[in-house]
Structures are given as C-alpha cells and as structure tokens.
Design a protein around this ligand. Structure first.
Ligand SMILES: Nc1ncnc2c1ncn2[C@@H]1O[C@H](COP(=O)(O)OP(=O)(O)OP(=O)(O)O)[C@@H](O)[C@H]1O
Ligand SMILES: [Mg+2]
Length: 261
C-alpha cells in the first residue's frame, strides 16, 4: 500500500467489547508486516498508550489538544513506539468530554491538511464507547469501520444502535464511510450462545462481513498489563494467532472494498 492511508475506526457503542485490544494488536500486526501504521487513541481512558508503552507527560500534546486549540498541529502529538513502523497519537485522560469546538470534522481535516494520510499506509482510530464529539470525529475521519463485539445476546442492541449512527454519518458528514467487518472477540465456539449470536450477525449484515474471530485468551489481558502487543508478549499464543488471522482477513476486506469505491 502507498500514497493514501487506509483509515479504520474501531468502534462499538457498548463498552468492554475489545475495541482497544483489537486496535493495539491489529496495529502491531500490520506494522510487523512492514506497513507504516499510526494508531490514534480518541478514548480519554488512554488505554492505547498503556498497550504500547507510551506515557505522555501531563502537559504533552495529545489527540485531544486538537479540540482545545485552533492552531494545534496534530503531527506534534505523534509518538514513536519501540515497535518498528508503529507510531501512536495518545489520549489525554484529563480532557473533558463536551469541551472543544463541536466540529465533527476536526480530526479528518487535521489528518488531511497535515499530510498524515500520506505519511502512513494505515491509520487506526480507537474510539470511545460514548456517543459524543469524539466518536463523531472518529467516524468522520475514517473510511472503514471495524466492529469488535462480544457474542452474547445483549450485543445486538449496541450493534443496531451503532448501525443507525453509521448510516447517519455515511449519508451526511462522511459519505466515504463503509462497514469493513464485524469481529467476534472472547469467542468460544463450543458455547451455543456464541455460535447463535455470530450466525445472527452473519445473517443480518452478510457472511462476508463476519471475521473468524478472537478466542478468549488471558495472554491478551496480560500483554496489556505488560504494556506490549500480544505478538511481542507471547508469540504463537491463541490471541496472537487469532489477531494475525484477523489482520489477513482485514487486508482482504480492504482490498475488496477498494474495488467498490
Ligand atoms: N480475546 C480476549 N480474551 C481475553 N480477554 C480479552 C479479550 N479481548 C479483550 N479482553 C479483555 O477484556 C477487557 C476489555 O477489553 P478492551 O479494553 O479492549 O475493550 P474496549 O471495548 O476497548 O473497552 P472500553 O469500551 O472501555 O474502551 C480488557 O480487560 C481486555 O484485556
Ligand atoms: Mg477501549
């Protein structure tokens, strides 16, 4: 890939559905394949910085500086990581939701105007579960939407709610936005509920949009605690294997979607 970055937002209105785990590990996977990857943490919980061992100091620039100062350069908030080809724009845990300009295209404009879309092959945006300016900015900046979900019966409402928001954004502020895929996480195919919920998603949104999924693996949580992607923490574990497969499937989906642009 070269020229213009793929921009993927990882999102789900429900909390704790593996958005950050997926963002960090997919970013690490593509970077390991030699793609130039930028991960942007829009969630003020700031967990991507934990997952990639980047800790900005209190007044250091973050993605949220963009919403507080009109002349702020987003490129000044890019931090290297110890993993080659992988850079991070971290979050500010002290940012107050609701503050800032209210412009949903602020992030999109900064990425374009500062040439960041030219500097990377892939930009991954980890989004907050809240429905606010930060989510709208994430959706307006992206071209593709990746939805991790936990396959239990309560997940349906969150996804329907998200689908309504995506439809609204794609028919208004960001007509380029397209659904990339659904990614079941903490998946156990032996559990009937997991099978029926994933089959339901395939039925509702199309089999081609359902990725194989990420099995439950404590190594994913441990890797996070040790501030590294799972492929670096325990190469070859279930979580590392599954995220490598997911990255391959995402690359195929991206290629298929590019044909329909
Ligand atoms: N496949 C998995 N196996 C085991 N644990 C997992 C797996 N995926 C995620 N987790 C754990 O589940 C918890 C929630 O994951 P994560 O933080 O990625 O969700 P999130 O959607 O980003 O949450 P939030 O909505 O709060 O931002 C974390 O403790 C994470 O380590
Ligand atoms: Mg998160």
């Amino acid at each position: 890939m070269s020229g213009c970055a793929e921009i993927i937002v990882v999102t789900n209105r429900k909390g704790g559905t593996g958005k950050t785990t997926t963002s960090v590990n997919i970013a690490a996977e593509f970077a390991a394949q030699g793609q130039r990857v930028l991960l942007i943490d829009m969630d003020t919980q700031g967990h991507c910085g934990v997952g990639l061992d980047v800790a900005p100091t209190k007044d250091a620039p973050t993605v949220h500086s963009l919403f507080l100062s009109a002349g702020f350069r987003l490129a000044d908030a890019v931090y290297p990581t110890v993993w080659p080809n992988l850079e991070l724009i971290p979050a500010n845990p002290l940012f107050e939701h609701g503050s800032g300009s209210g412009d949903p295209t602020r992030l999109a404009k900064a990425l374009q105007d500062e040439g960041l879309t030219e500097r990377y092959d892939m930009i991954i945006i980890d989004s907050p579960p809240s429905f606010d300016d930060l989510l709208m900015n994430s959706l307006c900046a992206a071209k593709r939407v990746l939805v991790p979900f936990v396959p239990h019966h309560l997940s349906g409402e969150g996804m329907r709610n998200l689908a309504r928001i995506l439809f609204r954004v794609a028919s208004g502020a960001n007509p380029e936005l397209k659904l990339l895929a659904f990614l079941p996480v903490m998946l156990d195919r032996r559990v009937g509920q997991h099978r029926s919920v994933t089959e339901g998603v395939a039925h509702q949104y199309g089999q081609g949009r359902l990725l194989s999924g990420i099995r439950t693996d404590i190594k994913l949580a441990e890797a996070f605690f040790h501030r590294r992607p799972v492929r670096a923490y325990t190469p070859g574990c279930r979580g590392a294997e599954d995220y490598a497969v997911a990255a391959g499937e995402i690359a195929s989906r991206l290629a298929a979607l590019a044909l329909t642009d």
